[in-house]
Write a protein that binds this ligand. Structure first.
Ligand code: ADP
Length: 241
């Protein structure tokens, strides 16, 4: 893993009415790292992902990608700067084929591409996530993990600097889960940088270089999976859920 600071989150805060959903969160992500974002339900993980991707504007604080301030930019500009995400609930467009769904991601990537180039990129990333030969199927004709592969391919099509995965492994059966873990591991081996909200302990232990744990909006702990999962404060936060 290189020692190249990629994403820097500094004092990030989001207040909804009287509720501090994200409270002064700061942490860095180095290029090539896979970082897990953990915490019980309602601890602010999704809100933090939304602040990074620009779906929400912070009340305070900033997000910086390779020295460039993302805070305040609209989501499409943040995407074009190199931040791609998948959503907890698969957001593929049912009327489009797998290929067309992914072409949408390529067209909105950091580089302006023609439809022909977008098609070539889409084919290549679909192959990459294990959907080679099935690119003309529509989501309704595919299994759940394959729909999730489309979502992942769409995010990869933009060749992002960082990939935000929001419980990408949730809802998979045990066999699919192992396949899904292997797929993320292969992205990690390619040097991809990932921030993943995840609850599946096997996945956290086997994939994450480091974890940030949130509780009630604040950062509760940060460290290796072994460190944070053995931390009494973390255990208490989960048990209190
Ligand atoms: P997590 O992803 O860890 O489950 P969330 O980020 O979804 O947590 O939620 C953190 C807190 O912020 C929760 O108390 C939730 O009810 C609240 N919250 C999230 N989004 C909104 C919103 N748009 N308006 C008001 N409260 C919200």
């Amino acid at each position: 893993m290189s020692n190249h600071l990629l994403l820097s989150i500094a004092g990030l805060t989001k207040v909804f009415g009287g509720l501090v959903a994200v409270n002064q969160i700061s942490f860095d992500i180095q290029a090539g790292e896979v970082v897990g974002l953990l915490g019980p339900n309602g601890s602010g993980k999704t809100t933090l992902m939304n602040l990074i991707s620009g779906a929400l504007r912070p009340t305070q604080g900033s997000v910086t990608l390779e020295g460039r301030r993302l805070t305040g930019l609209p989501p499409h500009r943040i995407a074009a700067t190199g931040v791609a995400r998948t959503f907890q609930l698969v957001r593929v467009l049912p009327s489009l084929s797998a290929l067309e769904n992914v072409m949408v991601g390529a067209v909105f990537g950091p580089d302006q591409v023609s439809p022909g180039a977008a098609r070539a990129v889409a084919r290549s990333v679909l192959e990459r996530v294990g959907l080679g030969g099935r690119e003309h199927l529509h989501p309704a004709e595919m299994t759940y993990i394959d729909q999730k592969r489309i979502e992942l391919a769409r995010a990869l099509a933009a060749d992002p600097r960082i990939l935000l995965l929001d419980e990408w492994l949730a809802g998979l059966n045990p066999t699919e889960l192992q396949t899904g873990i292997e797929l993320i591991r292969s992205l990690q081996a390619e040097g991809r940088t990932v921030l993943m909200v995840e609850h599946v302990m096997d996945a956290i232990r086997s994939l994450c270089d480091r974890c940030v744990v949130m509780s009630a909006g604040s950062k509760l702990a940060e460290g290796t999976p072994a460190e944070v999962l053995a931390n009494p404060d973390v255990i208490r936060a989960y048990l209190g859920d």
